[in-house]
Every structure is written in C-alpha cells, then in structure tokens.
Design a protein around this ligand. Structure first.
Ligand SMILES: [Zn+2]
Length: 215
C-alpha cells in the first residue's frame, strides 16, 4: 500500500495490518530536507518518515522507501550523489526497508515541463540509475534495491542515446526482480557509445566544483 507519511499513525496501521498482510510504501524522495522542500515541494520532513518507520517496525509491517532521481534544479551528478547519500543515510540509521528509485519524468502542466521546454531540464540518464543501483548493491549486498524505469527511452522519460535504452532498462528490470548485480555490471561493461558522453556530462557538471565521480 502506498501512502503519504502524514496519513499513517499507529491506530490506522494496526487496523490495516489486521486486515491484510501489509507493506507500506512511502515517498521520501531524498533524506535532504532542504532539497525535498525547495526542488520537490513535498511538504514533509525526514523526521516524518522516521516516525512512520518506527511505527511500522513496532507493528511488524514492512517498509518500501521511494527515492527520486533528478528533481529539477539539480545537475546529473548532483542528482546521483543525492540518491547515494540518501541510501547511505538510511543504511546508517539501520532502517529495515526496501528502496525503490523513481526516475523523474516530464509530466504535462508541471514546472518540470516548463523547464524542459526551455532546455533547462533533462530527465535522468538510464546510465545514472544503473550506476546508482550497481554502486549501492555492491556497498550494501543485503539491501533490496529496485527501480522501474517508467517511460524509458522517450524524450520525456529517463533515456540514454536511443540505441541502448532498451538494453539498459531491461538490465535495471532484471536486477530489480532478481537482485543479481551481474545484470548491472555486465551491462555497464558492454556499454554503448553514449556511455562516454554520459561520463563527460558528469565531469562537466563538476568542472571546478570538486571531484567528479569518474576522475
Ligand atoms: Zn547509448
């Protein structure tokens, strides 16, 4: 069941749990409160999420946490770092949760669409999602990580060059179903011509702003 954090309290969760076997999925998006408020406008704090985690844990209800890759106003590498930092924060607090990474896409009538039309927003690269999953699964082998690249390969959805979108999205899906990191490492190794372009984009992001992910 998906819910916003503010709708969950102990009484409600207990009632629901007694009706059906239950996992609760909540959209944390990022552990960074400033970023969640200023780039996403979510209207909740990390502490609200922690309250839900506590209640769920107490009642034996499973948690699935959604993180958002690349809200507006972040560069590609800032977006990658934010998701990795969020996963590190969650793992550092020893929270029992599955983590699902949602890849931002361009919906009609949104600020993201207005920025996208002005070429000030590009949906995340599929390489970025694959990289995060590969890096974090390597670091936390027990963590159940997943992503469903909805709308992949379209201009408004997460995409690479067009040639490799299907291959990379399939690898992400296969990994999400099996948790076998080889789907990710093999795909990263076989690569595509656009893999170098993606790395170049990340380096460009960080020109003069500290170290790149790939120096
Ligand atoms: Zn490609």
């Amino acid at each position: 069941m998906e819910s916003r954090c503010e709708f969950i309290n102990e009484r409600i969760l207990m009632c629901a749990r007694d009706l059906v076997p239950l996992d609760v999925a909540v959209g944390l998006e990022t552990t960074n409160d400033k970023l969640r408020e200023e780039c996403i406008g979510k209207g909740m704090k990390f502490e609200d999420y922690l309250r839900v985690v506590d209640i769920a844990h107490k009642l034996g209800v499973g948690i699935k946490t959604y993180l958002l890759l690349k809200p507006p106003f972040l560069s590609e590498s800032e977006a990658i770092r934010d998701v990795i930092k969020s996963i590190d924060d969650i793992m550092g607090l020893d929270i029992q949760t599955r983590i699902s990474i949602n890849l931002c896409n361009v919906q009609r009538g949104t600020l993201v669409e207005a920025l996208w039309r002005k070429r000030e927003y590009r949906p995340p690269w599929l390489w970025s999602a694959l990289y995060i999953l590969k890096y974090c699964k390597g670091k936390y082998p027990e963590l159940v990580l997943m992503s469903d690249p909805v709308g992949y390969g379209r201009k408004r959805g997460p995409h690479n060059c067009g040639e490799c979108d299907k291959m990379v999205a399939s690898a992400i899906k296969s990994f999400s179903e099996t948790q076998d990191i080889r789907h990710l490492t093999d795909t990263f190794r076989s690569g595509c011509e656009c893999l170098e372009k993606w790395k170049w984009v990340l380096r460009l992001d960080h020109k003069g702003y500290g170290t790149s992910l790939f120096t």
